[in-house]
Design a protein. Structure first.
Length: 154
């Protein structure tokens, strides 16, 4: 059995605007990677995301980008030792509507992989809701959403 999940969110904005909000480091830091994003998600590049509520760098290896359609990358699992594969698809449903589908797979078929996949499924659903709130209403849902893990280490 392959461990893989998929979430979807409909956003009331044109596909080019939704795609750019994920691709563009200046925009993704307004609602998701709230500490920093090192570069745009260009095919073949290595990008570092940092989160105000999560300690350390989160490196991504961008595998494929089709403007306004698809972003694929791999990143290391939280337990380490292997990568999962993420696909973010953008489908125009009309002039001002976009369906964002995010899937992640390649999890180890054990309890640890299953637990991690559930955590990431939750995270991607939260990201897509934050993307919707940012684009449709101009707000950052992540601000104050999580307990600050960084402050606990100080």
């Amino acid at each position: 059995m392959e461990l893989k999940f998929k979430i979807q969110t409909k956003i009331q904005k044109p596909v080019a605007e939704v795609f750019d909000a994920v691709y563009n480091p200046t925009k993704i830091t307004q609602y998701f990677a709230t500490e920093s994003a090192s570069a745009p998600l260009i095919e073949g590049s290595k990008v570092i995301w940092r989160f105000a509520d999560y300690p350390g760098d989160v490196p991504l290896a961008v595998r494929k980008v089709v403007p306004n359609k698809l972003i694929e990358f791999e990143w290391e699992t939280m337990e380490g030792g292997y990568n999962t594969h993420v696909e973010i698809r953008f489908e125009p449903l009309g002039i001002n509507e976009t369906l964002v589908s995010i899937s992640e797979g390649n999890w180890k078929e054990n309890q640890e992989g299953l637990d991690s996949s559930y955590g990431n499924c939750y995270g991607w659903m939260q990201m897509s809701c934050c993307l919707k709130a940012y684009l449709e209403y101009g707000i950052n849902l992540r601000k104050g959403f999580f307990h600050n893990l960084q402050a606990d280490k100080a």
